[in-house]
Design a binder for this molecule. Structure first.
Ligand SMILES: NC(=O)c1ccc[n+]([C@@H]2O[C@H](COP(=O)([O-])OP(=O)(O)OC[C@H]3O[C@@H](n4cnc5c(N)ncnc54)[C@H](OP(=O)(O)O)[C@@H]3O)[C@@H](O)[C@H]2O)c1
Length: 261
């Protein structure tokens, strides 16, 4: 019989989908490690979760855009003697606009956060997950299914997350570890402001699903060990549709859908 509560690390826990995922894990009785840069926000949120659900919450300041950020986070968790039953690679952001006008250091920072830190954390915590027959939840996006003009690098980072997750899930068959790639469409969170994409036709004047509904769908998919989950019927149909359409049509359509208006 398991007497200890399981432990989950959630990156990008200070806002949006990551914050909402904390609630899902806490409700289910996980102790939590919250990691992001906004320590005060996470401390306030952690105190609430401890009070409401009787769990333990650790808050760790982590900048996962820094090359050493993921390894430092792993070292801090190991110093506390904690073993993970679940890892959620959620921290991520997008940059919006034409690639020719983009800031190269911001683009490289995004790639570090969205891809490299995901790989480093997965690699370093995989022994924990194998030992505990644990869960890996990676937040990809519907952006993973096709190229995205005006967000070309972001879309490519999310394809990376999806393909990495599916390949790893297959390798880990029989170990008891499950890997889930959650692929949300546009979701109401801090994401659009951070990407400065409020003018994009993708989100302007659109009522977006809440981060809470996306997190609940992702948590349920992770519990079931589902490999890829796309919340929302329309998102699922679009992700399926692009498999059959000529690639040039798809990018032309995406250019129209995503353009600044
Ligand atoms: N919202 C959407 O439309 C949408 C759609 C599909 C997929 N997604 C994906 O969902 C995930 C969560 O995004 P969200 O929508 O919840 O956006 P959000 O509200 O902006 O949250 C992003 C989270 O990432 C953290 N983060 C950003 N830079 C970081 C850094 N350098 N180091 C550590 N943490 C960092 C932020 O915390 P700090 O700023 O405190 O560090 C925040 O907690 C991302 O991977 C995103 O790509 C979002």
């Amino acid at each position: 019989m398991q007497t200890e509560k399981p432990t989950a690390l959630i990156t990008g826990a200070s806002s949006g989908i990551g914050k909402a995922l904390c609630e899902e894990f806490a409700k289910d009785g996980y102790n939590l490690i919250l990691a992001a840069r906004s320590v005060e926000k996470m401390q306030a949120q952690g105190a609430q979760l401890q009070l409401r659900y009787g769990i333990k919450v650790s808050v760790i300041a982590a900048d996962l855009e820094r090359v050493s950020g993921a390894a430092q986070l792993h070292a801090q968790i190991k110093q506390k003697g904690l073993v993970l039953n679940a890892l959620v690679n959620n921290a991520g952001y997008a940059t919006f606009g034409e690639f020719k006008d983009s800031d190269l250091s911001a683009t490289l920072g995004m790639m570090q956060l969205n891809m490299y830190s995901v790989v480093v954390l997965t690699k370093l915590f995989l022994p924990d997950l194998i030992a505990t027959q644990g869960k890996l939840l990676n937040i990809a996006s519907t952006a993973a299914f096709q190229p995205g003009p005006f967000m070309a690098v972001y879309y490519a980072t999310k394809s990376f997350v999806l393909y990495f997750s599916e390949g790893l899930a297959c390798e880990l068959e029989g170990t008891g570890v499950t890997v889930t790639a959650l692929c949300p469409g546009p979701t109401a969170s801090g994401f659009q402001a951070k990407a400065v994409m409020q003018a994009s036709a993708l989100v302007k004047n659109k009522k977006l699903p809440s981060a809470e509904s996306v997190a609940a769908a992702g948590y349920s998919a992770m519990k079931r060990g589902k490999r890829v989950h796309i919340p929302g019927v329309v998102n699922r149909l679009l992700a399926l549709g692009v498999r059959f359409a000529p690639r040039n049509w798809v990018t032309a359509l995406l250019k129209t859908i995503t353009r600044p208006i």
